[in-house]
Design a protein. Structure first.
Lengths: 494, 419
């Protein structure tokens, strides 16, 4: 081996492809990372001329080729863009180490891993800032077409990394992004990445920059001045190429006085009344007076819409009233709306409602013969994780809501009122009633009307065992079939 | 609008951006990936981009303007209310379209965040907003980010159209209690706002349920607000406590699957209303609310945990962050063993973020962690070490008086005019 070691000539500072090809050969040949010089210089003079080009090493066979975790390729692609002089040595060393420590990358405390992770983070942030802070100015190509040109000075070698982002975003425009060491040019079809240039190549202004500065100044709130937060996200090193940055110092200087003036300005009294506020108040008073004089299902809905008789309205979306036609033979009373019902504003549209519909069909009951509603009209729930979990209403809430159910029963006048579950039974019977012992046979409710009690369909949904579920469903359908027989014999008693 | 004809585009931009700046939302994130390789202009990725920062530290990602700042409503907290003396102006929808495209081509912005004062009617106002979004999408094949404000009581078909063109929709709940809203915004109702959020969530769910892979040449599935919906609450304008605010937002997050709840400490506005308290809340309060909000969304904290870190009146400590406050009051839960504790216990440790916890969990499979290892994982290792046990380390002073002082950073007012 040559005593000066090997040399890899990179085509540009972020030449990941060359790194990838050469690092494979170097590791396969057992050449240690501290014996390799990675350079973009191509003047083969002095010491450089005595080193062995890595290109002369043989391409390793499939079995000799070094292995690396998949995650490393992404990591290395980023690290290669960093400005740190030792970045390729670090990557080469990691690749060496993977051969004996295949799970090295998951050890966050390893010095090489920690450093590579930090460098990659720096590069990612720098690339992100480049996507953010490039500012195009317009000029014309020789053929008269518009070209958008930006001069930019990134902290790391990220142009190659971000060029594709600009292609995807501005595919139909002609644009150029020029940095001191590299530039990218897009003509609407092909991307050419070439050497760098100097600031003079870009136009020195754009007709829209005044408007942009106006926007920047106006969106700033002087009462919330927080320069540290601004500079940590938009470091001063970027300011020279941001047209809006010229405004920053004047805005900061004037902020205190402007905020003070706002505080000192006399406050104005609210308008005595506005048309929409009047309309809102009228609707509310109409709904209040309606409560004493309800003559239709629509009246109930309007009167109940703003109900605050109990605190459930605060977290629920809306009142969910019953659905069906007056004169329906069977009224089903459930407990309360669930998540879906609360969102839709309609009863029994969720999973339990779908189950009820299926059971009605299986029991030979026409949906048009039914009216479905709930004992409590607002959804009561508890937030757990990402979901609203049903919580049973308490006696007070059921009691407060009874007035709306009473109106519904008075106007619908069903032959039979079926309580689904214990909460509905409690409201209709006027006292707690065990579902298990009282289900399946005709009952008389507190007001003397014909009644019936069965389970709430959501109880079936909660059963985990498939066989139990089938059995319980058959039982439920049998109960409904018994209700169907009942309506043939009962006459309403209101 | 007759009043605005005489003003130049630049003057109107100044007025209508100024009028829009009290809406804290700026996000351009969370939407589907798109680009212009098959025509049009613009792209979006999962994460948004902040193209600039104003000296108030807020990100400028979108062109955030109102279509008009004329408004029929009289919400006490709003600079644009009918009774305020601010100068009024309006853009035409075409002007907003052209401004958006000009700024976008120069890489100043990610897209547009458009809202409006309410003029003539809710439907008329919503129609104008939709028209801008539709022109951008259909007239110019604009693939950038669009955030539209929806107007309370606008017709469902207008909300449906808004969702078709916008990435994100939002409607502001404004205040943490219904009573607060009724007192300060006589034209608004919490019920109407919640119903619209429910409508939007239902439409988002429905769009997400459609099969992704469609037969070739089938019309693409209509999309609906792929970046979801968000809302904003004003802090300090009514008497609601921090716990009441967070409990409200927790309910909103889950009920309507909100992506974000923004908290906006009401700040002095030109021509303030006499209906508002005289002193604005400290900006630090807003900051603490965001921290607590974060804990409930990513750290497994429930509102009950936040309440356990707050005062009896439900207020968060302004001097220390809510996670540290919780830890100081639950010292028996510590130390947490770095080498054995489950992820959710590690997430409770002050000084350990989600990334640090992930790194700890992956590293400890290979070797036992020592205190000096933690410094390689997170810059806030010093704070965390007061609450964790590790190989050769057990923290001292967990039950001592001085712990709070040891881990407390010197108090720094966020609203200091620090240059």
């Amino acid at each position: 081996m040559n005593r000066y070691g090997h040399i890899v000539r990179l085509e540009h500072p972020a030449d990941f492809e060359t790194f990838r090809r050469m690092a494979r050969r170097l590791v396969a040949a057992g050449i240690s990372s501290h014996r390799v010089l990675w350079t973009t210089r191509d003047d083969a003079q002095g010491v450089l001329a005595t080193m062995v080009p890595a290109q002369t090493l043989p391409e390793p066979s499939a079995t000799d080729a070094p292995r690396a975790p998949r995650r490393f390729v992404e990591l290395a692609r980023l690290v290669a863009c960093h400005s740190a002089a030792d970045r390729y040595i670090l990557l080469h060393r990691l690749l060496e180490r993977f051969q004996k420590e295949p799970r090295l990358l998951s050890i966050a405390t390893d010095a090489d891993v920690a450093r590579a992770t930090t460098l990659a983070q720096n590069v990612r942030r720098c690339a992100h800032k480049m996507k953010a802070f490039v500012r195009f100015r317009t000029t014309r190509d020789r053929d008269g077409a518009e070209r958008f040109v930006a001069w930019f000075e990134p902290e790391h070698h990220v142009l190659d990394l971000v060029a594709d982002f600009f292609v995807g975003r501005f595919a139909a425009m002609r644009w150029s992004i020029v940095t001191p060491e590299r530039s990218a040019h897009w003509d609407g079809a092909t991307l050419i990445v070439a050497g760098g240039a100097s600031r003079e190549i870009a136009p020195d202004g754009d007709i829209h920059e005044d408007l942009w500065r106006t926007y920047f100044g106006a969106i700033f709130n002087p009462a919330r001045l927080n320069v540290r937060a601004m500079t940590s996200e938009m470091p001063k090193r970027y300011w020279t190429n941001l047209p809006e940055a010229a405004l920053i110092q004047p805005l900061i200087r004037q902020a205190t006085a402007r905020a003070g003036a706002m505080m000192a300005a006399p406050a104005t009294a609210p308008a005595r009344s506005t048309r929409p506020a009047r309309a809102r108040r009228e609707a509310e008073s109409r709904s209040r007076s309606l409560a004493a004089n309800i003559n239709s299902l629509d009246d109930i809905a309007e009167a109940a819409a703003g109900c605050t008789r109990c605190p459930l309205y605060r977290d629920a979306t809306q009142v969910v009233m019953g659905e069906g036609r007056p004169g329906a033979a069977i009224m089903f009373v459930g407990e309360q709306p669930g998540d879906q019902e609360d969102l839709a504003g309609r009863p029994f549209v969720g999973p339990a409602g779908r189950l009820l519909n299926r059971a009605l069909q299986d029991a030979g009951i026409e949906r048009a013969d039914t009216f479905v509603t709930n004992a409590v009209k607002h959804f009561k729930f508890e937030v757990r994780g990402k979901r609203r979990i049903h919580k049973s209403p308490n006696a007070g809430e059921i009691e407060h809501c009874r007035v709306w159910l009473d109106h519904e029963r008075r106007l619908v006048r069903p032959k039979v009122t079926v309580a689904l579950g214990a909460s509905a039974a409690r409201t209709l019977a006027g006292h707690p009633l065990a579902v298990g012992r009282n289900r399946g046979t005709p009952l008389t409710w507190a007001d003397g009307s014909a009644g019936f009690l069965t389970v709430h369909p959501s109880a079936l949904l909660r059963l985990a065992d498939a066989e139990a579920k089938r059995a319980e469903y058959r039982h439920f359908v049998d109960d409904l079939a018994a209700v169907r027989t009942m309506i043939a014999t009962v006459t309403p008693k209101h | 609008m007759a009043t605005s004809r005489a003003k130049s585009l630049q003057q109107r931009l100044a007025i209508l951006a100024d009028a829009a700046k009290y809406d804290a939302s700026c996000a351009s994130s969370g939407t589907q990936a798109r680009d212009a390789r098959k025509g049009g202009i613009g792209s979006t990725e999962g994460s948004g981009i902040c193209h600039a920062y104003a000296p108030d530290g807020r990100c400028i990602s979108l062109l955030k303007v109102l279509l008009t700042n004329a408004c029929m409503f009289d919400c006490a907290y709003c600079v644009n209310r009918v009774s305020s003396g601010v100068e009024r102006a309006a853009f035409t929808p075409e002007e907003v379209v052209s401004l958006t495209l000009s700024f976008y081509r120069r890489n100043y912005i990610e897209g547009l965040f458009l809202s409006s004062g309410i003029v003539r009617s809710a439907d008329h106002t919503m129609e104008q907003l939709v028209r801008v979004a539709r022109t951008l999408r259909e007239g110019h094949q604009f693939h950038g980010y669009i955030h539209l404000k929806t107007i309370p009581e606008a017709a469902p078909e207008l909300i449906e159209a808004a969702g078709r063109y916008a990435d994100r929709l939002s409607i502001n709940i404004e205040l943490p209690t219904d009573a607060g809203l009724a007192a300060l915004a006589p034209e608004k109702s919490a019920g109407t706002i919640k119903r619209q959020m429910a409508e939007v969530r239902t439409a988002i769910d429905a769009a997400a349920e459609r099969p992704r892979r469609l037969p070739p040449r089938a019309a693409p599935a209509p999309r609906f607000a792929p970046a979801g919906q968000s809302t904003q609450m004003i802090v300090g304008a009514d008497g609601a406590s921090d716990v009441a605010i967070l409990s409200r937002s927790r309910t909103l997050y889950t009920a309507y699957r909100l992506r974000r709840v923004y908290y906006s400490a009401f700040s002095p506005i030109p021509a303030a209303s006499t209906a508002l308290p005289l002193t604005p809340p400290p900006l630090q309060r807003e900051h603490r609310l965001y921290q607590a909000d974060w804990l409930t969304r990513f750290y497994g904290f429930e509102v009950g945990d936040i309440a356990a870190a707050a005062t009896a009146e439900g207020m968060l400590d302004l001097d220390i962050d809510p996670k540290l406050a919780w830890a100081l009051r639950h010292r028996a839960e510590f130390p947490v063993d770095l080498n054995r504790a489950p992820r959710e216990r590690l997430l409770r440790v002050p000084g350990l973020g989600v990334k640090a916890v992930d790194a700890i969990v992956s590293t400890r499979r290979h070797h036992r962690l020592r205190p000096e290892d933690l410094a390689k994982i997170t810059p806030t290792a010093r704070r965390a070490l007061a609450f964790v046990a590790a190989e050769g380390w057990s923290p001292k002073g967990l039950d001592g008086e001085r712990l709070a002082h040891l881990v407390r950073k010197p108090h720094r007012q966020l609203d200091l005019f620090a240059a």
